[in-house]
Design a protein around this ligand. Structure first.
Ligand code: B12
Length: 178
């Protein structure tokens, strides 16, 4: 692993580890492209649409307007959401790794698990996300095995500019309660 990557892993684990975050280092593979969800080719032109990528990789089903029969929204823009069969909406798709020269002739395409086959629940899910922006509720649309910790939820609900201060406060609280 590159030195810079090692340092990032060390710092993420040291600072955010106590709050339930984990950095998972992976081995250096030759001929790979690592594309992050925030990478852009031009302003607001994202290098990868990770929900589509996760769907075709069989990782998480991406529910879109077109997955609803008798679409009740007409031409209105409706954002879609990926749901994992085990973690529901309690996950993010941070990056994709493209193995450019890895050949695996027998690799079978894996379809994602459709955890919400029911039409009404699909409509409810997309309404939650688009009408009320109740994304936190939408994460629990199915029974999940694990959620983020309260501290992680607090972190994500905090504006990025205020997060450093939040982490400092959390660390101070921990020391006081130790
Ligand atoms: C831009 C963006 C936003 C914008 C616009 C939202 C949007 N969906 O367009 C804003 C700032 C509003 C936003 C807000 C949020 N976002 Co956002 N956002 C993104 C981002 C960076 C790009 C999405 C994008 O531009 N899509 C463009 C549209 C056109 O793509 P599309 O609708 O999927 O259409 C494509 C597919 O239909 C595909 N397609 C065609 N046919 C078929 C057939 C099949 C079978 C498939 C699979 C695909 C497919 O082709 C189309 C493109 O040509 C992604 C990360 C990423 N790099 O993908 C995160 C992402 C979608 N956001 C995410 C989140 C969590 C949020 C927020 C909750 C953040 C927050 N804390 O507030 C809010 C929720 C807002 C809401 N209620 O929807 C998560 C969603 C996770 C999930 N479980 O699905 C993502 C994936 C980030 C991540 N790393 O996990 N976001």
């Amino acid at each position: 692993m590159a030195k810079e990557a090692e340092e990032i892993v060390r710092r993420v684990n040291e600072i955010l580890g106590p709050f339930g975050f984990e950095a998972h280092p992976f081995k250096d593979y030759p001929d790979t492209d690592l594309i992050y969800d925030f990478d852009q080719k031009a302003p607001r032109l994202y290098s990868i649409l990770v929900q589509t990528a996760a769907h075709v990789a069989g990782a998480a089903y991406y529910y879109q307007k077109k997955d609803v029969i008798n679409n009740p929204w007409g031409d209105k823009t409706i954002f879609g959401i990926s749901i994992h069969p085990q973690y529901g909406g309690w996950f993010a798709i941070r990056a994709a790794i493209i193995f450019k020269n890895l050949k695996f002739a027998d690799l079978k395409k894996k379809d994602p698990v459709d955890a919400i086959p029911d039409q009404e629940t699909r409509i409810k899910l997309l309404n939650m996300l688009n009408e009320d922006w109740e994304y936190w509720k939408a994460r629990d649309i199915i029974k999940v095995s694990e959620r983020y910790t309260e501290e992680a939820i607090n972190y994500f609900k905090t504006l990025p500019k205020d997060r450093y201060k939040l982490i400092e406060d959390m660390q101070a609280n921990r020391k006081n309660n130790a």
